[in-house]
Design a protein around this ligand. Structure first.
Ligand SMILES: Cc1cc2nc3c(=O)[nH]c(=O)nc-3n(C[C@H](O)[C@H](O)[C@H](O)COP(=O)(O)O)c2cc1C
Length: 392
């Protein structure tokens, strides 16, 4: 069953409140904030705003914050109002975010994003077609801006196939973005290689039908991720580089013929590189029920990846306090990232520590909009003051 395996040799005398070392830094506990796109960057220019700074400051009680996915170039953008890390204004905006988090004693990594085919000409340089490993229809929609300035879900056109020189440009863009992230005060970067975006499109056999050195065999499909990882590591140091994967994810048309082999190989290769961490997303859980994307091979793949990757492992996806404690105690992971619960509970670690009630996330305000559903979820101290609880 899901999350059921135990790894005795990895079991540690730790719980989610024990510190852990990542990237040479002491992370004060193992509750991380998962990367969460909120589509609220300042316009024009997709620049972090003072409201974005406030949002991250409120959540800086996390041991580790992984920022929302941040595009490495204009071509890398696929959704409305997502922030970038490729202009001086964006770097200056993110510097305020990292300062705020560091002032509260937190550690923050920037998630670096190239969406590949999950985009729209309205985001692309000169209104061109999005890029992909292979030209084919793309299932799913993306969040675009209509003529009235409103965010709407729009069709994704068939992308153009990347040339080898196009691939080299993207690797160079990742390197520049990682340098920019460090200039913006980030403690490290997380390479987003999941959720059906560019690097995942190369990894999965469904979306990569290339005949060159970037397609076909497992080694070839993993090549772009590993080249990006190596190029960034050379620029900022491997110990400041994390990688996020979503093995078996089917979002945006992903699917792989031999997931054990593909992801097992990737974990082994990443392990050789002494990275900050590997971050895995487990299948989405709706309530207590696994969604239809759940594949029973998941557990054995998780076990395999845990064994192959020797560094710190972050797990995300449907975690509660109990599941998180169990995963750490049984050695399945070292850090647990919370997504939706962190949206709704800026002080999530305090609430988990005191077993306080949790605010419910409102999915209607996840993407786009103003401060509502963004910086107005109450923290415990305010909640207590408003209800009169805890007085005297
Ligand atoms: C509003 C929203 C935005 C998300 N944005 C990102 C993102 O930018 N990058 C990413 O890797 N995952 C993203 N995810 C996935 C989350 O990081 C996380 O894996 C997922 O929500 C499952 O964890 P949870 O059950 O704790 O919410 C997003 C999820 C949500 C709900």
């Amino acid at each position: 069953m899901h999350q059921n395996f135990k790894l005795k040799d990895k079991a540690v005398n730790a719980n989610i409140f024990s510190p852990i070392e990542i990237a040479g830094l002491t992370v004060r506990h193992r509750i991380a904030m998962a990367p969460l796109t909120r589509s609220r960057a300042g316009q024009p220019g997709n620049v972090p705003t003072t409201m974005n700074v406030e949002y991250y400051r409120q959540r800086a009680g996390a041991g580790l914050i992984i920022t929302e996915a941040t595009q490495i170039s204009q071509q890398a953008q696929g959704y409305a109002w997502t922030p970038g890390i490729y202009t001086p204004e964006q770097i200056a905006g993110w510097l305020e975010v990292s300062k705020a988090v560091h002032e509260e004693g937190g550690v923050i990594f920037q998630q670096l994003w190239h969406v590949g085919r999950v985009s729209h000409p309205s985001f692309q340089p000169n209104g061109g077609l999005p890029v992909a490993p292979t030209t084919m229809p793309v299932p799913g929609k993306t969040f675009i801006v209509d003529e009235t300035g409103k965010g709407v879900w729009g069709e994704i056109p068939e992308p153009q196939e990347l040339t080898t020189s196009g691939i080299k440009t993207i690797i160079a863009d990742y390197v520049t973005a990682s340098r920019n992230a460090i200039a913006a005060g980030m403690d490290g970067v997380e390479i987003h290689a999941g959720n059906g975006y560019l690097l995942d499109q190369f990894i999965n056999s469904n979306s990569n039908h290339r005949m060159d050195e970037y397609g076909g065999s497992t080694e070839n499909r993993a090549r772009l991720l590993l080249e990006v990882t190596d190029a960034i590591s050379k620029e900022i140091g491997a110990s400041r580089v994390g990688v996020r994967l979503t093995p078996m994810g089917r979002f945006m048309g992903m699917g792989d013929d031999t997931p054990e082999e593909t992801f097992g190989y990737i974990a082994e290769e990443l392990s050789k590189r002494s990275l900050a961490y590997l971050h895995l997303v487990e299948p989405e859980i709706v309530g207590t029920v696994l969604d239809e994307n759940y594949d029973p091979r998941w557990d054995s793949i998780m076990k395999l990846l845990r064994e192959r990757f020797k560094g710190p492992l972050i797990l995300a996806g449907g975690f509660t306090y109990e599941k998180a404690q169990a995963a750490i105690a049984e050695g399945r992971g070292d850090v647990i990232a919370f997504g939706r619960l962190f949206i709704a509970n800026p002080d999530l670690p305090d609430r988990l520590r005191t077993r306080a009630p949790l605010n419910e996330p409102d999915s209607s305000t996840f993407f786009g909009g103003d401060s509502r559903g963004y910086v107005d979820y109450p923290a415990l101290i305010h909640a207590a003051a408003e209800t009169g609880a805890g007085n005297g």
